[in-house]
Design a protein around this ligand. Structure first.
Ligand SMILES: Nc1ncnc2c1ncn2[C@@H]1O[C@H](COP(=O)(O)OP(=O)(O)O)[C@@H](O)[C@H]1O
Ligand SMILES: [Mg+2]
Length: 272
């Protein structure tokens, strides 16, 4: 895939930060151009989603088309579940919603802004201000304690945030990890690691949370705990959450389920 089409994730942004001189890297976040993130007229009903989006990778005989003309909108303050077999295009859809990937054709809306025509700097700004990511594999920094992992999330969103350690501790307290904040990820259980990853994703209070198979590595109890935490983000804070998962446990926590099959939407249940 052309490099310009797939930009780095928040985690990779963080990676860049962490690799710089000992974790004080406010200057690494490029903010020279203050992008216009205002609501575009005429698109206010398109909070988050894609319209007629087609994505392809490769050329000639090697060309694959993970999404073909997909249209789906996610309403503010809801938890949506995207299901579908492996290879059906779930992660590709999430990557577009996360401003990590631009479609060949079609439109992508994030927080009421049509994003696919924006510059990379503007898309990075939207990603850092508006979107939290949670992944199956946690993607924590193993050499950093839980609190430093979460504080890094605050630093990425706002390099001037001087209270980041206090705020990180507050988030860890909220997720029942207050007494484990100085432990490193390999000293935590998988469920605890995922709670740290969720806390990092929520640092800076993003309105949108995107989660790719967030419970796939977790046992029943830890998985349920994560389902409940993400549900609470909708009910208590009005965030918009999109979860991609095979895990049927999510159904009872979701307002709506969308099923993808071979790059197309097969079914929309409880359409909002
Ligand atoms: N960067 C890429 N380059 C080439 N093919 C890709 C790339 N990303 C995804 N694909 C292909 O697109 C299809 C859908 O992938 P993906 O969105 O990851 O599916 P899912 O998350 O539902 O398992 C798969 O066939 C996958 O191999
Ligand atoms: Mg996937």
């Amino acid at each position: 895939m052309p490099k310009s089409r797939l930009t780095n994730t928040v985690c990779e942004d963080a990676s860049e930060l962490a690799s710089r001189s000992h974790y004080s890297a406010a200057s690494a976040v490029k903010t020279e151009v203050e992008p216009d993130l205002s609501v575009h007229e005429g698109t206010s009903s398109r909070f988050l989603g894609v319209e007629r989006a087609t994505v392809s990778f490769g050329e000639g005989g090697a060309r694959v088309c993970p999404l073909r003309g997909v249209s789906v909108m996610f309403k503010r303050g809801t938890l949506s579940l995207v299901m579908g077999p492996s290879g059906s295009g779930k992660t590709t859809l999430l990557s577009m919603l996360g401003c990590l990937l631009s479609p060949d054709q079609g439109s992508v809306f994030v927080d009421d802004v049509l994003v696919n025509q924006l510059s990379e700097t503007e898309k990075t700004a939207i990603r850092q201000k508006k979107i939290g990511f949670v992944f199956q594999a946690f993607r924590l920094f193993h050499s950093l304690s839980a609190i430093d992992n979460v504080a890094l999330g605050f630093e990425l969103r706002d390099p001037k945030q001087s209270q980041r350690l206090e705020m990180a501790q507050e988030l860890l307290d909220k997720f029942g990890l207050g007494d484990k904040s100085h432990q490193e990820p390999n000293e935590l259980s998988p469920g605890e690691r995922q709670r740290v990853a969720v806390a990092r994703a929520l640092a800076g209070d993003p309105p949108i949370l995107l989660a790719d198979e967030p419970t796939a590595s977790l046992d029943a109890q830890a998985g349920r705990n994560i389902c409940q935490i993400l549900r609470n983000q909708v009910d208590e804070y009005g965030r918009t959450v999109v979860v991609v998962s095979h895990d049927p446990r999510w159904r009872e926590f979701a307002d709506r389920t969308i099923t993808l099959c071979d790059g197309e939407i097969e079914q929309k249940e409880n359409d909002l």
